[in-house]
Write a protein that binds this ligand. Sequence first.
Ligand SMILES: [Zn+2]
Length: 271
Amino acid sequence: MMDFTDEQIHRYARHIILNEVGGTGQAQLLRSKVLVIGAGGLGSPVAMYLAAAGVGTIGVIDDDTVDLSNLQRQILHGTQDVGQSKVESAKRTLNRLNPDVAVETHRLRLDPGNALDLFSRYDVICDGSDNFATRFLVNDACHLAKKTLVSAAILRFDGQLSVYKTQTGGPCYRCIFKEPPPPESIPSCAQAGVLGAIAGWMGAMQATETLKELLNIGESLSGWLVMVDALSCEMRKIKVKRDPGCPLCGDHPTILDLSSQDYTGHACAAA
Ligand SMILES: [Zn+2]
């Protein structure tokens, strides 16, 4: 098979044998670039499954350091990484999983000044951030940069997942969630709590949808919202539509650049 080493053919054998992936799809994954926002509960399984799958370039953004309370769900990091930079810890784990992957570390906080330039370097953006301000910033930047956004969120025993692809006419995050909730209306990350394994469930789904988008296989989750309730082990898939009145992707948009918006809210969602 062209372009593969013997080791790669061996490593990716279970992918290559799938009709929907094959040698062509695996080569496509090796050429792909995915940006993972947040090296936390969701970012951990997302980045690990993408690395194992042979996604050739994985960018990881996080400005935080590993805390002992993260280890209950953030499986990129281990006990010996406490106190260290999350992106460096992530890079070590991903390189140990698969040396084929170039891991690009961005130890910074995403802001309106750096988002578009950063996003322009990747094919798909995976949001696993832990606050609503970042979620809206990521959504707006993906629309403006015409990038596919695979977005997941977790809290307590619940999870949410969707794909936002406004460049092909799908709704954006704002079409569904309108605007960030006031900080006082929702509990802080630490107050709310989250079952660690939910991060694995949602993160694995997020990685799956990302691989589908990169390979262009199956049915895109664009236009659908998946809601997971772990306590009843129930999953609902609801149709969601583009809002013609959406200030970002609607018929008469008012958000034309990132500098016009305030993304400084601190309302938290666990991740
Ligand atoms: Zn919209």
